[in-house]
Ligand binder design. Sequence first.
Ligand code: NAP
Ligand code: 3JN
Length: 338
Amino acid sequence: MKRFTVAVAGATGAVGTQMIKCLEERRFPVKDIRLLASERSRGRTLNFEHVQIPVQVMDENSFDGVDIAIFSAGGGTSLKFSPIAAKAGAVVVDNSSAWRMDPEVPLVVPEVNPDAVAGYKQKGIIANPNCSTIQMVVALWPIHKAVRIKRIVVSTYQAVSGTGKKAVDELDEQVRAMVNHIPIKNKVYPYQIAFNCLPHIDSFLENGYTKEEMKMLNETRKIFGDNSVGVTATTVRVPVFYGHSESVNIETEKKISVKEVRELLANAPGVKLVDDPSANRYPLALDAAGQDDTLVGRIREDESIPNGINLWIVADNIRKGAATNAVQIAEVLAEKYL
Ligand code: NAP
Ligand code: 3JN
């Protein structure tokens, strides 16, 4: 079996550390691994397959001899270093929003549009979608293929790990402060996140939506290859550590029954049906965390319109929402193209 030299850019971050675990867990055929981060991580080592690997400070020469470079080091870093990596001969799989809407860069969720990976040949870059988009399209694609979704109304309940390690620490500290009656401090979010919900993810735009909300519209259309799908999103940060939940309402062109949706999703790749209200069985963030399936339940007819369905969709935002999806893309590349 062919083996590959893999670089992980942003290896010390919340997503990067999970990326390393995913490469190990999924037994990606790694010949050599290069762990890259910023000047702040100089001198650090990270474990890969029971070996301590020194973290290297990323620079223009970091990608010589690299086959696949998986980036989760922020948009600015990716804008600068992805073309350098591609020029050096690596295929970049980037987790940031920097390249997602570039027409010469494919945006890939392997359960939905694996063939789009071939588009890496244009710029040497493949984009990984936003976590909230990924879990939604994994669950909705089988329905879209069967009866065409005209419109999606989604509200998200997003875990703090989506903001990175500092936010995980902030929620932990605020919960401790609350139960110990100590004054609460907030640095990462504009308001206290413990015991609260913030309808604010990423920055606000002129149209009143946040960037996160507009990502869900634009990315869904690009992944489905269908610009006529309407998506309106409200994205909310909730005091959960791992696992994004989504309340999703869809309107379809052709009528589909709840039974048919259940049958489609029971056989859909990457989906686990958790839908037995009589036994109080429905998807939970705590159950989604630490595994790779997208959990779907609470499937019911929207009785306010002729062709409507409601669903509750939950996944681990750091795994399927970021690291696992990126490694799955690398697997398609390795198996079919490199
Ligand atoms: P994080 O915990 O803050 O980690 C950031 C990583 O980037 C660290 O390894 C950091 O290295 C590295 N880095 C920052 N600036 C760098 C530079 N100039 N050169 C080299 N390395 C640099 O953040 P995270 O939560 O892992 O998220 C990282 C990025 O992944 C985000 O900015 C976002 O673009 C993307 N992301 C995507 C999703 C998704 O929905 N698919 C979800 C979350 C995050 P040091 O440790 O040395 O500072
Ligand atoms: O907040 C979340 O739950 C997901 C966050 C994703 C994120 C965080 C910082 C920068 C992104 C992203 O993937 O869209 C970015 C980015 O724009 O690259």
